[in-house]
Design a protein around this ligand. Structure first.
Ligand code: NAD
Length: 320
């Protein structure tokens, strides 16, 4: 039986993730953390969740706190805390701001829940996963991010719709950055166990349009309803279930890679990883040459940005 803490629980993703995680049968306790001043909101969220548990016969216990010490005993700490991008801010500025928040929280996680794993959701998620790894001091398999899991699910759904098959018949992966430079792995895409390029209708698949839809999906949802909520929330719960249920499934997450994908890496980025109760373990894979090239570009982009952010954090650490 397990305890999961959500830091950023008053936010849209954090709130829905709590509900979705509560449906996992062996979750014992969900600890919601919010900053000082959010007591009333946290209380309301908690009461609403308790009503939902009663309505669905869910056995989990939910508690709230503004004291990070209450994450003690957590198996996993999920971080969804962060600021949203302001109109005057570019992605890198946002990354600097969120990196400070994530670095501080990661130190606190290690202080109060040294045995826990960290799941990063805050964007830019690949960079924030590296920040959490550095500042928590945890081992690479104990720190991971939502990465390209949701992007992979979006691609899966579009392929299933094109071929008019049930989504469970489609296996596919997107690796690399959770962002512009993401890389679809057609070499690892199957429908009903058949390699997708062996299907005569593969030639009709509008690959560029489909990848355009995957890349812009988050932005379009944000433009229409303000935030992506159910997609990420349920994706988080699937990963938590796989991890704490010791399922050994392979999902595509942001994890630290070094040699597993053609020796390209030394950064946290979206890769297929085997997930069990001990953590997240990238799987060694070989790709088509075009995919290797695209992955290399994505890794270099994220590694460059990650180095900038980590240097910037180090400079502010040394000023303090
Ligand atoms: P939100 O603005 O609704 O919630 C943000 C939460 O962070 C709030 O609870 C806020 O109080 C908290 N917070 C802000 N600063 C904090 C600090 N200094 N310390 C502690 N808590 C702090 O945002 P949201 O829609 O829930 O999204 C949360 C994050 O998840 C964002 O960074 C978003 O970009 C990211 N996200 C990632 C994915 C993905 O696929 N990786 C998907 C959706 C959202």
């Amino acid at each position: 039986m397990t305890k999961v803490t959500i830091i950023g629980a008053t936010g849209r993703v954090g709130q829905y993730a709590a509900l979705s995680i509560s449906r996992i049968p062996y979750i014992r306790e969900i600890q919601l953390y919010g900053r000082d001043g959010s007591q009333s909101l946290l209380d309301g969220i908690t009461r609403d969740l308790i009503d939902s548990f009663a309505a669905t016969g869910t056995a989990s216990v939910v508690r709230w706190s503004c004291d990070l010490a209450d994450m003690k005993g957590s198996d996993v700490v999920i971080i969804t805390a962060g600021v949203a991008r302001r109109p005057d801010q570019d992605r890198l500025d946002l990354a600097h701001e969120n990196a400070k928040i994530v670095a501080d929280l990661s130190k606190q996680v290690q202080k109060y829940a040294p045995e826990s794993m960290i799941m990063m959701v805050t964007n830019p998620v690949d960079i924030m996963t590296s920040v959490a790894l550095r500042y928590s001091g945890k081992k690479p398999h104990q720190v991971f991010g939502l990465g390209t899991h949701l992007d992979s699910m979006r691609l899966k759904s579009l392929i299933a719709s094109f071929f008019q098959v049930h989504v469970s018949e489609v296996h596919t992966r997107i690796i690399g950055e959770h962002g512009e430079s993401m890389v679809p792995l057609w070499s690892a895409t199957t429908i009903g166990g058949i390699q997708i390029s062996n299907l005569p209708s593969f030639g009709n698949l509008p690959i560029d349009d489909i990848m355009g839809m995957v890349r812009s999906s988050g932005q379009q949802i944000i433009a229409s309803k303000g935030a992506t909520v159910w997609g990420p929330g349920d994706a988080i719960a699937t990963i938590i279930k796989t991890l704490l249920g010791n399922e050994n499934r392979i999902l595509t997450l942001s994890a630290y890679v070094k040699s597993e994908v053609h020796n390209i890496g030394d950064v946290c980025i979206g890769v297929p990883a085997r997930i069990n109760k001990d953590g997240v373990f990238p799987v060694s894979i070989r790709l088509d040459p075009l995919e290797v090239h695209a992955f290399q570009r994505s890794v270099e982009r994220i590694r460059g940005l990650t180095e900038q952010i980590l240097q910037n954090l180090q400079q502010s650490d040394s000023k303090q």
